[in-house]
Every structure is written in structure tokens, then in C-alpha cells.
Design a protein around this ligand. Structure first.
Ligand code: HEC
Length: 259
């Protein structure tokens, strides 16, 4: 029995250790307790829904999310808007479709199957509108950057006055967490910028947290399923370890008793 306890204990130590190593890699970013971190991590639905609101009312003016469809907004594991809500969201956008029988493009209200509307016609137009900098597509941004959610959250809160002696060009802003400390995006959030549908106070921290949660879900929509699978696999391995241990005892019992 002692051995089983020891083995189980070792497995847990290993797990905890691997989390701590990962946490230690991102030292200087602002850290908050994300609901989706850890073995049992889940997205906070309210935060996802508010995060979509921040994205669509603020970030979507410049950043595309080309891999998402309006349908995804009502899927399980995501913000879980009702189908009616997702349909209404889709219909609030004007999508260019066509060509029709006369060979002309036309616009129509969005449908669930449409991809998120792109803010610009093409990459060049996006750059031209942003002083030469390209606002990266946000579909997988939370996974593409080192530090993930912590990085995006920190970046949104990292605007500050440049240190003495640092001269910034026009349209360039100082940000503690941006590579090289210079970013061509002005601080996108300010106190009370939007009015949350659920009455939550729209502080910069709150909006940053919500939009980051939303971006994390977009980049990893199957996170919850993955966590569930991981947990099941660990339980399975522990049971297997116990079974193997007892069958080993049984198989060797006669040999041992003779010695
Ligand atoms: C007015 C246009 C505009 C808006 C609105 C905007 N951004 Fe940006 N964003 C940009 C541009 C341009 C860049 C590229 C900056 C650069 O490369 O210097 C950028 C870059 C970023 C980056 C990437 C930094 C990196 O590591 O490359 C993140 C993260 C980001 N934006 C988040 C957001 C979020 C979240 C919102 C909404 C709350 C938002 N942005 C709203 C224009 C915008």
C-alpha cells in the first residue's frame, strides 16, 4: 500500500512541477488567475461574452479574426450565446456576397455560416490605415505570442509615458511589454469606453481581462475538452498503476514466499 501512495504522490509532484516550470518562464508579465488555467480550467462564460463585446466594439475596427464564423459564438465550450443571439449578431453585419445573375456583387445581412467581417479590404489597406504597421489577425494571436494570455493582458495595460530621453516618432507609443517597447497601436482601451450588456463596470482591467479570455478561446476553442481528456487520462493511469502493482504482487507471490 505504501508503494502505491508513493507512486501516486510522485505522479502528482511531476504534474505540479511541470506547471510551475511553465509559470516561471513568464516572470515579468502581469499575472492574474485565469479561470482557464490549470488541470480543471474552464472559460468563464460571462467573461467570454463580454470579451466578444470588447472585440467587436473596439478591436474589430482594426484587427480581423478570419478563422471565426458567427456560428462559433453559440457553440459549446465558447461564449455560448443562444442560436438566436448569434443569428442577431451575424445579421447586424453587412456581408458582401455575389456575384449575382447580373455579375454584380451585392450586400446582405450576415448569416451564422459567414466568417467574421474583415475590417479592411486587404493587408495593404490595413497597413496604410495604421501608419505602416499591420494589425495582426487575432484568430490565433493568444497562442502565437510568447506569454499567451498574460502577454496580451499585460500589453493592454502596459502603456506608459516613455522614460526620460526616449524620443518616439509620430504614431508610435511606449509600451512596457511590447518588443522594443515601441508599438504602433495607441492604447485601445480607456475607462468606461464601452457599456457592458450585463452591467459589469467597464474598467480598463476588466475589459482587458475579458477580451484576453475571448482571444484565448478563439485560439484554443477545444481547451475545455482537452483538459477533460487530460484529467481522464491521469485517473486512468493511476488506476492502471494500482492494477499493475497488484498483479505484479500476485504473480510473484509464490516466488517470494519460497525465498
Ligand atoms: C486603431 C486600430 C487598432 C485598434 C482599434 C486596436 N489595435 Fe491592436 N494593433 C493595431 C496595430 C496597427 C498593431 C501593430 C502594432 C505594431 O506592430 O507596432 C496592433 C497590435 C496589437 C497586438 C500585438 C502586439 C504584438 O505583439 O505584435 C495586440 C495583442 C493587440 N494589438 C491587441 C488589441 C486589442 C485587444 C484591441 C482591442 C481592445 C486592439 N488591439 C485594438 C491597431 C489597432
Amino acid at each position: 500500500m505504501k508503494k502505491i501512495v508513493t507512486i501516486t504522490y510522485l505522479i502528482f509532484l511531476l504534474l505540479i512541477g511541470s506547471y510551475q516550470v511553465r509559470a516561471a518562464e513568464k516572470t515579468d508579465l502581469i499575472k492574474i488567475d485565469w479561470s482557464f488555467n490549470g488541470l480543471f480550467g474552464k472559460f468563464d462564460r460571462g467573461s467570454l461574452q463580454r470579451g466578444y463585446q470588447v472585440y467587436s466594439e473596439v478591436c474589430a475596427a482594426c484587427h480581423s479574426m478570419k478563422y471565426l464564423s458567427y456560428r462559433n459564438l453559440s457553440e459549446k465550450g465558447g461564449p455560448e450565446f443562444s442560436i438566436e443571439q448569434a443569428k442577431a449578431i451575424a445579421a447586424s453585419f453587412e456581408i458582401t456576397d455575389g456575384p449575382n445573375a447580373d455579375g454584380e456583387m451585392f450586400t446582405r445581412p450576415g448569416k451564422l455560416s459567414d466568417k467574421f467581417l474583415m475590417p479592411y479590404e486587404n493587408d495593404k489597406a490595413a497597413q496604410a490605415a495604421n501608419g505602416g504597421a499591420y494589425p495582426p489577425d487575432m484568430s490565433v494571436l493568444a497562442k502565437a505570442r510568447k506569454g499567451g494570455a498574460d502577454y496580451i493582458y499585460s500589453l493592454l495595460l502596459g502603456y506608459d509615458d516613455p522614460p526620460n530621453g526616449m524620443i518616439l516618432d509620430d504614431g508610435v507609443y511606449y509600451n512596457k511589454y511590447m518588443y522594443g517597447n515601441q508599438i504602433k497601436m495607441s492604447a485601445p482601451l480607456s475607462e468606461g469606453l464601452i457599456e457592458y450588456g450585463d452591467g459589469t463596470e467597464a474598467s480598463v482591467e476588466q475589459m482587458s481581462k475579458d477580451v484576453t479570455t475571448f482571444l484565448m478561446w478563439a485560439a484554443e476553442p477545444h481547451l475545455e475538452t482537452r483538459h477533460r481528456m487530460g484529467f481522464k487520462a491521469i485517473v486512468y493511469l493511476i488506476i492502471l498503476t494500482v492494477l499493475v502493482y497488484f498483479s505484479m504482487k500476485k504473480i510473484w507471490s509464490r516466488v517470494e514466499s519460497k525465498v
